[in-house]
Design a protein around this ligand. Structure first.
Ligand code: SF4
Length: 177
């Protein structure tokens, strides 16, 4: 114990300075600007996990920590699809979750957008022709944007949301929605 306190008194700072990621800071700034422009400063996301391993959700949870702090950019994960602009879908879309995903999407105020998160929803091959899996395609909902990765890191999710907003801007400017 004496040894411990001696060390602490000699080195009072126990945490390292986080190396500032300037690219992340730029991404966040751009994201905030686009959310202000397209969603009046508040983008509400309803996460729907439809047969995932939960790693994609864990990465999304990290977005709320003080380092990424998405709340400050105006991005909120909401509990009800009725408050959501976007459905963020993860997982393979199992048979048991199929109707719940559809329900969630139908309850969102329109226009709303489906974004798939992680490789599971769009993965075919090993997940094809499985009695327990329907797949995202079977929902017959337009997948507006896909964020790839298994799982995507928080920074990839931020980049993915930025791409989604840019796509949205393009589609509005070309009137193709
Ligand atoms: S994409 Fe990968 S990490 Fe995400 S739910 Fe599927 S298996 Fe898990």
């Amino acid at each position: 114990m004496i040894k411990f306190w001696k060390k602490r008194l000699e080195n009072p700072i126990s945490t390292k300075h986080l190396e500032l990621d300037s690219k992340l800071a730029d991404l966040k700034k751009e994201l905030k600007n686009k959310i202000n422009k397209k969603f009046a400063g508040s983008l509400a996301i309803r996460m729907v996990s439809a047969g995932s391993c939960n790693a994609c959700e864990a990465e999304c949870n990290a977005l709320s920590n003080p380092y990424y702090d998405l709340d400050r950019l105006g991005i909120h994960f909401v509990a009800s699809p009725r408050h959501a602009d976007v459905i963020l879908l993860s997982g393979v879309v199992s048979v048991n979750m199929y109707h719940h995903v559809l329900d969630a999407y139908l309850q969102t105020p329109k226009p709303s957008y489906l974004i798939t998160l992680g490789d599971c929803p769009v993965l075919e091959g090993v997940f094809q022709k499985n009695f327990a899996i329907k797949g995202a395609k079977s929902l017959n909902i337009k997948i507006f944007h896909h964020i790839k990765g298994c799982p995507p890191e928080p920074k990839n999710i931020i980049e993915g949301l930025l791409e989604f907003l840019s796509k949205l801007e393009d589609s509005h400017s070309h009137n193709i929605l």
